[in-house]
Each structure stands twice: as structure tokens, then as C-alpha cells.
Design a protein around this ligand. Structure first.
Ligand code: AMP
Length: 568
């Protein structure tokens, strides 16, 4: 754990999951503890254990953590904790800067949920939303502003955003903000916040440019890093590790598909919160699986009953939180599923250690939302074991698999069953039909009788671009108002046409923001951008073109639906 009096530059690494502590041990106030319990969070994630106490104490912090680690709550809880009870003024006390509109909305929702009992007033401000609404929200009084840098600066210059009372500034996904050309905006904003303040910076990577910015603006920061070598405990388990990249909305369907193809004898599906456990258990049961929930909100007796059902084979799936599954040993277990990328590499290792015992091969499956793919890379690096990213089974794969099961069942019947009593049926029919046709009809009936969910909808494929080594100076200098610097994204690229341009107020940052916020791409993956009067052209990696088109069509650019297609 972090001790105090740490010198600048010293780095603390997160602890292994067995040294866990409760949220109450982090010194959080009852209103926040109540919110966390209401949300079904059972224990802090490693980054939260490390970051919350020093932040509550007012210390500056430099955290290297990607999406999926629980970094938002790691800074949001202390920000809320530090709000004074007596807040007569209307000006913000905390400023959170984020790269995209989507993240601004997400973070402000999180702050709102955690801070409900404290009456925290949280306002998101971002490009693309009409300014008057944001002006009204700010004028009504606010405790925490969550903003994209361009819009924050805009409001500051109009005199609508007052930063004189800000005591905490958080820069979230700072590397992304630099990639999107927000460096100057960030500098200008930090100049406006009183020097006597707490500054906290979170970033997935720590390029040189960011490090020098941190040196200038953070005072004696505590450095926290999520990734560290995981010591291998004896012989590594034999586990086939795969991951599927899917959008959040498609996850239940994707899980169903993967389970259908894998047909586990017994599996544990890990979720982050109690609510997620309950929801997913219900969904899976609705889809015909025999799933049982296991979480910290259940009595010992209930848990024993669930475990009994799993051991006896009455249940095939256990949907659980880490806390509830701790110490649990099920011999029949063949599969471990991470419904989300775990918040720390150690958690991943602990989870998958439950299969692949005693020389049998186990399977570990991880569902990855596009934004969390960074964390998957971190886990891969830290555990030293490759995780193969596979395509979610398609409708065709699933059909093939179901036919295979029917074929296997028929074969078994041919080998073992007494079929004599059906001979008369076949013989009567062969007077009229060919014997193969009779067989085909029988197979069809047998196949249909096995039922199975007939979900014919394809799950949209999400592609990830492989990590590119970072080079300083490799990033664009785009920013609001500045002309885009033409550059190539490297590798195969495609140009996309977007039916909105200068006349609609589109700026490069809006397009990069919309793409980075809605797909697995990062700001720097987006290539040259041209903004014409009535349309824009954006270069994206060819492999991700379909995904970007689908994502932009489903969302909006500058608040409007626009045409998006390949440029011909
Ligand atoms: P983040 O890394 O901040 O994007 O958070 C990833 C997800 O984890 C969010 O959906 C949070 O609601 C969730 N989360 C954060 N902290 C916890 C926790 N201690 N227990 C369970 N879920 C959490």
C-alpha cells in the first residue's frame, strides 16, 4: 500500500487481490459507501485501493491506468469526498478534463451516481451540444464540471466558466487529450486554476511529452501504476486463452454464442458488480442456460445451495463476483469467462487459475469492450501469456455447430439405440420416396426438436488495430481552430466521406472525438482530416473502416445524423 512521505518519482505498484480491503477502509464517507453498496460494488479495485487514500488526503497523483481498471471511481470518489458540506457558492470546486464527449457524459454520470446522497451538482460540457444549455447549467450552480478541453476553454473565454474556486483538477485519459491536439488548451486551462490546488493525471500510457507536462503542473505526485509482473506460482495452468471484442450492447448475445460453440461442462462467468451478476443470470436463464448467481449479498446458506447445484450438474453456469468466488474450488470447471476485462492483471491470473488443473486443459474467455482493449494488452504483457483475439461466432458458425451436434446425436443413436420399431415407417415411405429423402426429413425433425435459440441476428464485428510503438512527435497538432496537419495513419487506410463540414461547424476534434469515443480506435489512429464547406473526409485504418462507418451512422456529428460512407 502507499505509505506517506514518498519522494517524487517513486512508484507504487498495486497489490495482489488477496490483500484486499473494503471501501470503508479507504476512509470514504458514509454517503459514498451507501452509493457504492447500492451499485453493487463489492470491493475496491487495485487502482482504487492505491489512489483513493492519498487523493482524499489532498496529494497530487500521476496514475497509469487504462479503461477497465476502475480509474474513474478512483478519482471520482475522492473528488466527491473533498467537497465541503457547506457549498454556498455556485462556481465549480473541481474540474475534470476528458478527451471526448462520450467520456464526458460517462464520467459525469458516474460522479452523479456516486455523489447522489451528497447532493453533488455535476455538469458535463462538451463540443457538439448547444452552448446555451451548458451556460444555463453552469449558471444554476455547480460543484464539479466535466469538460472536453476545447469547450472548457471556449466557456472560460466567454466568461461563463469560473475556475477561481477550483481546488482539484483531474486530467483523465491525458495521453488521448494530447493525441487529439489539446495540449495548448490544457496548458491554458491549468493557468486559470489557482496554484494552490490538487492536480491528478490519469493516462494509459506515459509518453515523454506527458511526463514533462506532469512535471510542470503536478507537485510531488504519487505515481501509481497498474501493471506489474505477476509472479508465476509453480507450474502455469494449461489454459487456452481467447478474447472477443464486442460492443457493450451485444455482450449477452455474444456470450450466448460463445457458450453454444464451446459447450462447457461447467463455467464461471465473472462480473464486476452484484447487479451485473443478477441481470446476466436472468438473461442467461431466459436464453435456456442453467445459470446460478453468486455474490456477496447472499447468505452462506444460499451460496452453499448454489455450489451444490453446480457440483451436481444441475447448474452449468455460475455467474459470480470475485469476492463471492474467492476460495471456491470446483473440480468440474472447464471454462472461466470474464464478462469484462478484469480491473487488474492479478485478478485475471487468479480467475483463470481455477481451470486447467491436474493436467486438463482449461479455457479462459474474455469479452472486451472496444474501449477496454488496452487493459487486455496490459494483462497480456504482465502475465506473459498471449491472449488470442477471435471473431465472435457468426450465425453461419452457429448453424454449422448445431448441425454438428445433430449429426453426433444421430450417430450415437445409430450405434446404440434399438431402431427396429421405426423400420415400418421408413419402409412405407420408401415406396413413395427415395431413402435419402426420407433420411433428410428425419434429420430435419430431429434437428428442429433440439431447438436452441434461433437468434439470427449477426453480432457486429469490432476490429482492433494492433498497438503501434509510440514515438514522440508522432502525434498531430490538431486542435480547435487550427488547420489539420496532413498525415498518414500508416498501413492500409481508407477515406470516409462524412456529410457535414465547415458550414455545420465541424472541426477536426469533433471527428476524432466521435471516432475515438465510439470505436476501438484511438485519436492517433485517425489519419488526415479535410474539412470542406459541406462535407469532411477522414482517413482511417482500412481494417476499421466498416466499424467507423457503422458507429458514426449510429451516433451524431455536431448533434446531427449525417451521411457516412466510403469515399469513391
Ligand atoms: P473504468 O475503468 O473507470 O472505465 O471503470 C470500468 C467499469 O468498472 C465501470 O463500469 C465501473 O462502473 C465499474 N467499477 C468501477 N469500480 C468498481 C468496483 N470497485 N467494483 C465493481 N465495479 C466497478
Amino acid at each position: 500500500m502507499a505509505d506517506t512521505g514518498r519522494v517524487d518519482g517513486e512508484t507504487t505498484q498495486v497489490d495482489a487481490p488477496d490483500e484486499t480491503s473494503a471501501f470503508a477502509d479507504l476512509g470514504l464517507r458514509p454517503e459514498l459507501l451507501a452509493a457504492l453498496s447500492r451499485l453493487g460494488y463489492e470491493e475496491p479495485t487495485p487502482i482504487q485501493r492505491e489512489a483513493v487514500p492519498p487523493m482524499v488526503a489532498g496529494r497530487d497523483l500521476l496514475g497509469q491506468a487504462a479503461t477497465g481498471t476502475g480509474k474513474t471511481a478512483a478519482y471520482a470518489l475522492p473528488v466527491l469526498q473533498r467537497l465541503p458540506d457547506d457549498r454556498p457558492g455556485g462556481d465549480p470546486l473541481a474540474l475534470v478534463l476528458v478527451p471526448t464527449r462520450e467520456l464526458a457524459i460517462q464520467v459525469s454520470e458516474a460522479l452523479h451516481r456516486y455523489g447522489r446522497d451528497l447532493g453533488a451538482r455535476v455538469v458535463p460540457v462538451y463540443g457538439g451540444q448547444p452552448i446555451p444549455r451548458q451556460l444555463r447549467a453552469l449558471a444554476a450552480g455547480v460543484d464539479v464540471v466535466v469538460a472536453t478541453p476545447g469547450r472548457a476553454l471556449d466557456l472560460l473565454q466567454r466568461g461563463s466558466l469560473h475556475l477561481g474556486g477550483v481546488t482539484t483538477v483531474v486530467l483523465d485519459e491525458a495521453d488521448e487529450m494530447l493525441d487529439m491536439g489539446f495540449a495548448e488548451d490544457l496548458e491554458a486551462l491549468l493557468e486559470e486554476v489557482p496554484e494552490e490546488r490538487q492536480t491528478v493525471l490519469f493516462s494509459a500510457t506515459m509518453p515523454r511529452r506527458l511526463d514533462s507536462m506532469a512535471r510542470r503542473h503536478l507537485r510531488d505526485p504519487l505515481r501509481i501504476q497498474v501493471a506489474r509482473e505477476v509472479p508465476s506460482e509453480g507450474e502455469a495452468p494449461r489454459v487456452r486463452q481467447t478474447a472477443f471484442v464486442v460492443a457493450r450492447a451485444a455482450k449477452p448475445a455474444a456470450l450466448g454464442r460463445v457458450l453454444d460453440v464451446e459447450s462447457p461442462t461447467a463455467a464461471i462467468v465473472f462480473c464486476r458488480t452484484r447487479d451485473e451478476v443478477d441481470d446476466l443470470t436472468e438473461t442467461l436463464n431466459g436464453r435456456g442456460y442453467r445459470a446460478e448467481a453468486l455474490h456477496g449479498g447472499m447468505s452462506q446458506e444460499q451460496r452453499d445451495r448454489v455450489m451444490g447445484r453446480l457440483r451436481s450438474g444441475t447448474a452449468e453456469l455460475l455467474v459470480a463476483t470475485d469476492v463471492a468466488a474467492r476460495g471456491l474450488d470446483v473440480e468440474q470447471l472447464t471454462h472461466v469467462v470474464n464478462y469484462d476485462v478484469p480491473a487488474a492483471a492479478e485478478t485475471y491470473v487468479h480467475r483463470i487459475g481455477r481451470v486447467g488443473r491436474a493436467g486438463r486443459e482449461g479455457v479462459a474467455i474474455t469479452l472486451v469492450e472496444p474501449r477496454a482493449h488496452r487493459m487486455l494488452k496490459t494483462i497480456e504483457r504482465v502475465t506473459g501469456a498471449p491472449i488470442k483475439v477471435e471473431r465472435v461466432p457468426t450465425v453461419a458458425d452457429l448453424r454449422a455447430r448445431r448441425l454438428e451436434l445433430t449429426r453426433a446425436a444421430l450417430r450415437e443413436s445409430l450405434l446404440g439405440d434399438d431402431l427396429e420399431r421405426f423400420r415400418a415407417v421408413v419402409e412405407t415411405l420408401t415406396d413413395e420416396f427415395d431413402v435419402v429423402e426420407v433420411a433428410l426429413a428425419a434429420v430435419k425433425l430431429a434437428h428442429e426438436a433440439t431447438g436452441g435459440p434461433d437468434d439470427e441476428e449477426e453480432i457486429p464485428e469490432v476490429t482492433l488495430r494492433p498497438e503501434r510503438p509510440r514515438r514522440d512527435g508522432d502525434r498531430g497538432d490538431r486542435g480547435p481552430g487550427r488547420p489539420p496537419r496532413a498525415r498518414s495513419a500508416g498501413g492500409d487506410t481508407e477515406r470516409l466521406f462524412i456529410g457535414a463540414g465547415r458550414s455545420a461547424g465541424v472541426r477536426p476534434g469533433d471527428l476524432v472525438g466521435a471516432i475515438a469515443g465510439e470505436t476501438g480506435l484511438r485519436g492517433r489512429d485517425v489519419g488526415a482530416i479535410e474539412i470542406a464547406e459541406r462535407f469532411s473526409l477522414v482517413e482511417v485504418p482500412a481494417a476499421a473502416a466498416e466499424e467507423v462507418i457503422a458507429a458514426l451512422r449510429a451516433s451524431s456529428v455536431k448533434g446531427r445524423k449525417v451521411t457516412v460512407r466510403r469515399e469513391r
